[in-house]
Design a binder for this molecule. Structure first.
Ligand SMILES: Nc1ncnc2c1ncn2[C@@H]1O[C@H](COP(=O)(O)OP(=O)(O)OP(=O)(O)O)[C@@H](O)[C@H]1O
Ligand SMILES: [Mg+2]
Length: 635
């Protein structure tokens, strides 16, 4: 799987863009709970008043506050306001300045509120009395948690605004709308990022899929019969379709989820530490429980996933054998036996499938249980915190949401983990194909056989043994054919006629001896050049999808109509012409698309594309095989 990522090096820019988008998405997603917290704490509980800093303050109130402040702070506070018409207006402050001012003012404001509750008029008291009283109030306030001080300060600011006839209701609505609007904006940005990530991830993985298919296809085209036998056609098809699809899917999920989950989890942890950090132990317990659950589950289930993949492969193999061998199965009345074999494999697969699915379906409720237990614990401990003034309701709500986001990150990773074993098996299968070095390759410096040369084919003490076989199929074969000569090889079935012919286009290489064309060893010739000189009619005919004509033109695109007819008549496929005549009145194309013509024998020897003057025509059929070299120079 790692190598699959390695292949995506050229898309590094896009991957970085995805990471940036995911970071933006995580930022927005994580901003939402803090907005909720603000709506509850500031918007609802504090009527939209954010802190202890009043925007405007009356002269009298300022005097009272200054009295309650220590000497050293009075100047600082006054510096932050401008006075006009017995009203102090707040100057523009930075966030840090405002925070400091709020801290300074909050104690004085709280003291004023408590003094007011006790019916004490501070302005009427002499300075030494005020000193004693503030010292007492300060001592009392130190025992209260910060939230109670803040609440009292906010209450002071609210009553100050009320006294100035400021519409508090409008202020609250404005705050709620502002914060709600920000929430909407964050949600919108998160959605756009998520859509863009999905788009880019799909594009990248589809691109990877396309490249992989192309590479596998190109590689397979270079395969000799040895490699084809090793992999089998059906397996190569599965590898270039289903396996690539698996890898593609996991890559998409990787970008969209696996990359996102840690960002979300780490971001969530940072945010949590900023809110009610004394609740963090609950999160630690929750994450620990989840990790343990996942660990146990994966220790048992992961190996089964690998087994599942091999059982699917076995199922495929048996289905393929049965489907391709139906005539043989029928002929030997082996239906029952084959059915049993299929049934066994099917049951085996189902059993493993059931186990894996049951285990995975157990995982979801277990995780939900942990999630809910965490919520209950947070609410229980949070309620105590709120009761003691250590925490605000909104903070607790935000904490729950962050906890859920962190757990969701774990859930996402565990969901992906299900696909990983399958994809890594698939990736390994694809890499196997891509890493295979074909046994038969063109030489690096091929010798060129001059055109217009003799057309002499020579077998020189050729022996051949199939890879892995115990005995030679062909032993010490020597013969020569000249231009225009026809050589027929006659022998019983399995005697090696097809094998001998397959050695000429280098479907296999000789084990001993040499095959020469005009004195040049075919292993020293360019493979494409060699094969271009050969007309080949396989024992088993193959028709490509298309028309009769496109099949006829398979060897030579520019063949003239007359040559096509010639080939048809050599192949005794006159029925094509008959069909053409029969359908001439109706649709003339019908004749061209008539597919039943056999391609064996259709190949008419002729001048090759590069104008070389000799062509071998090989006909391979049971019992006799002919190799013919024809003089074509005159054509
Ligand atoms: N791909 C292969 N791998 C291993 N052995 C093979 C392979 N193809 C053929 N053989 C073996 O090589 C021998 C020769 O096979 P070949 O197909 O050349 O015979 P043939 O003379 O063409 O037979 P037929 O008349 O049935 O076409 C046989 O024993 C066969 O089992
Ligand atoms: Mg044969």
């Amino acid at each position: 799987m790692i190598r699959m990522f390695g292949r995506m090096r050229k898309s590094l820019g896009w991957i970085l863009l995805i990471v940036v988008l995911l970071l933006a998405q995580a930022y927005c997603d994580l901003a939402l709970p803090s907005c909720t917290s603000k709506i509850i704490d500031t918007g609802i509980s504090q009527k939209g008043i954010e802190d202890a800093v009043p925007e405007t303050i009356r002269d009298g109130s300022m005097k009272t506050l200054l009295m309650l402040l220590p000497e050293s702070s009075r100047k600082d506070v006054l510096r932050r306001y401008t006075k006009s018409n017995s009203l102090y207006r707040l100057r523009t402050l930075t966030a840090a300045q405002r925070k400091k001012l709020s801290d300074t003012l909050s104690r004085a404001e709280a003291a004023a509120v408590f003094a007011g509750q006790k019916g004490v008029d501070i302005t009427s008291l002499p300075e030494p009395m005020i000193r004693v009283m503030t010292a007492q109030l300060d001592k009392m306030l130190k025992e209260y948690p910060q939230s109670i001080v803040t609440q009292a300060a906010v209450q002071y600011v609210a009553s100050e605004y009320q006294a100035q006839n400021i519409d508090l209701g409008k202020m609250q609505t404005d705050y709620l709308l502002r914060t709600g609007g920000r929430m909407l904006l964050f949600a919108l940005i998160a959605m756009i990022c998520s859509i863009l990530v999905a788009y880019l991830a799909s594009r990248l993985s589809a691109g990877l899929g396309r490249d992989l298919r192309q590479d596998v296809y190109r590689k397979v085209l270079t395969f000799s019969s040895h490699e084809m036998n090793r992999f089998s056609t059906a397996s190569l098809i599965t590898r270039s379709t289903n396996d690539i699809q698996q890898v593609q899917m996991v890559i998409t999920l990787m970008f969209r989820i696996v990359l996102y989950a840690p960002i979300l989890a780490i971001g969530g942890l940072i945010r949590v530490s900023q809110t009610g950090s004394y609740l963090s132990w609950i999160l630690a317990v929750g994450v620990g429980a989840l990790a343990a659950l996942m660990g146990v589950l994966f220790a048992f289930v992961m190996p089964r996933f690998r087994v599942l993949q091999s059982k699917i492969d076995r199922m495929n193999l048996i289905s393929r054998e049965i489907l391709t061998g139906i005539p043989v199965i029928r002929a030997f009345s082996a239906e029952k036996r084959e059915e049993r074999r299929f049934d066994d494999a099917n049951r085996d697969l189902t059993k493993t499938n059931l186990f894996v699915n049951r285990a995975m379906s157990l995982m979801m409720p277990a995780m939900m249980l942990i999630m809910n237990a965490i919520s209950v614990l947070i609410i229980y401990s949070g309620a105590h915190g709120i009761d003691h003034g250590r925490l605000q309701v909104g903070d607790m709500m935000a904490f729950i949401q962050y906890a859920m986001q962190i757990i969701m990150a774990f859930l996402m990773i565990s969901a992906i983990a299900v696909f990983m074993p399958r994809a890594s098996v698939s990736a390994r299968r694809i890499n196997e194909v891509l890493d295979t070095r074909p046994m038969i390759q063109s030489p690096v410096h091929p010798l060129s056989v001059p055109s217009g040369s003799g057309g002499l084919l020579e077998f020189d003490h050729v022996s051949f043994r199939y890879p892995g076989a115990e005995e030679d199929v062909l032993k010490d074969i020597s013969f020569t054919t000249k231009k225009g000569q026809t050589v027929a090889l006659i022998g019983s079935t399995g005697s090696g006629k097809s094998t001998l012919v397959n050695l000429i286009p280098r479907f296999f290489d000789v084990t001993e001896g040499a095959i020469r064309v005009d004195g040049t060893d075919i292993r020293k010739m360019d493979l494409a050049d060699l094969r271009e000189r050969i007309g080949y009619v396989p024992q088993k005919s193959v028709l490509f999808s298309g028309t009769v004509e496109s099949n006829l033109r398979f060897g030579r695109k520019d063949a003239a109509e007359g040559e096509l007819l010639d080939a048809l008549s050599i192949a005794q496929a006159d029925f094509v012409n008959e069909k053409k005549a029969a359908s001439a009145a109706g649709s003339p194309r019908a004749a061209r698309t008539f597919p039943a013509v056999r391609s064996s024998g259709l190949r008419s020897p002729g001048r090759s594309r590069r104008g070389r003057s000799f062509i071998f025509s090989m006909t391979v059929s049971p019992l006799w095989t002919s190799v013919r070299t024809r003089r074509c120079g005159a054509r």
